[in-house]
Design a binder for this molecule. Structure first.
Ligand SMILES: Cc1cc2nc3c(=O)[nH]c(=O)nc-3n(C[C@H](O)[C@H](O)[C@H](O)COP(=O)(O)O)c2cc1C
Length: 198
């Protein structure tokens, strides 16, 4: 009985975007660790951005299959988790390209009204702070509802193990609080999820 009740609960859907196309990305590891922390609170799907064509307004009338897939994945999501590195004190080009495709064509903004948790990591002391700040500005302009607070993570080689567990207790607790608040925010803003869970 408990199992069938549990199975009937519709968890909110989170689209996870990693702002790095690097094979061994530390931000992908952080994203996987955050998804692990959120287990049972949301269903997470990683959304690919490294195969999107370079944004070109000429192609808005005939979107590539990759762009259509990307925008459909965003449409299905109740919230978006973006985990980004910092490149030259801003967000990497691969992420900005995805942001632009999500925002266009005019009237088809895939970001608007969706809650987002923006975080990221870099080996430097400020842990991607400037990239996150730029991204917050961009995504606020596009109508996203951003989770409050700042989560800057300085990446160290053993911070996250091969199972996606954050080894450092204080970092794990710090990030678990963000994940819990994000899950609450997404649940509040996803009426379908609330109705299904009632
Ligand atoms: C082109 C480029 C620019 C970078 N600029 C910054 C920077 O401004 N600030 C910073 O903290 N790290 C910077 N880095 C280092 C990245 O944070 C580091 O490579 C990080 O591991 C990238 O994330 P990833 O492992 O998820 O790919 C830069 C790296 C590259 C390749």
């Amino acid at each position: 009985m408990l199992n069938s009740l549990h199975n009937s609960v519709h968890l909110p859907r989170i689209a996870v975007i990693v702002g790095s196309n690097r094979h061994d990305s530390s931000n992908r590891k952080l994203a996987q660790a955050l998804v692990r922390l959120g287990a049972g609170q949301f269903d997470a799907s990683f959304v690919r951005i490294d195969d999107l064509p370079m944004y070109n307004q000429d192609n808005e009338g005939d979107l590539s299959s990759e762009v259509v897939r990307f925008k459909n994945e965003l449409a299905r999501a109740d919230g978006v988790l973006i985990v980004t590195p910092e490149h030259d004190r801003s967000i990497p080009a691969v992420l900005k390209n995805a942001v632009d495709w999500g925002a266009r064509p005019w009237g088809k903004n895939s970001w608007s009204g969706k809650p987002a948790f923006i975080t990221g990591t870099s080996p430097g002391a400020i842990g991607s702070a400037l990239a996150q700040q730029h991204l917050r500005s961009v995504m606020t302009g596009l109508g996203m509802i951003l989770l409050g607070g700042e989560a800057y993570v300085t990446f160290k080689p053993n911070l996250i193990d091969e199972h996606g567990v954050i080894n450092d207790d204080s970092t794990r607790k710090f990030l678990a609080d963000f994940v819990d608040r994000f899950a609450q925010l997404v649940t509040q803003l996803a009426p379908a999820a609330r109705a299904s869970a009632a």
